[in-house]
Design a protein around this ligand. Sequence first.
Ligand code: AMP
Length: 139
Amino acid sequence: MAETIFSKILRGEIPCHKVYEDEHVLAFLDIGPLSRGHTLVIPKEEKAYVHELSDEQMAAIGRVLPRLCRAVTQVTGVKEYNILQNNGPLAHQAVFHVHFHIIPKPSEEEGLGVRWNPRPFSHEDGAKLAEALRDALAD
Ligand code: AMP
């Protein structure tokens, strides 16, 4: 994987406003915040996409995410928030090192805006799709 700006942050070559660090995880403030308190949580493993991460690294993020969300809601005083995680350019990923955004949602205008266009659902295709996914998971 090509190195990203987050590798430089991990090595301390570029400064960040650090919020949390342990053996596997670093969290720091986003410098282009959608709202005050917008925080990024990254694994130390240099992978672009979630599906490339080791179970251990993902578990380490999962372990600390609720605690980070508690701190962000407590300190900002904003109780509602989104967790966003983008994979690939079409999915709005700009930095190709896995990161989770914690984005406080203080008002309609601030924080994450979401376009949500549900598509028609076919139970026939859904049954096939779920079976194919179960098979893929069993491999
Ligand atoms: P994404 O579109 O999910 O890849 O988000 C990348 C995020 O990284 C954006 O929200 C940027 O504002 C943020 N970002 C880029 N460079 C830095 C940096 N040096 N320090 C903190 N956040 C950064």
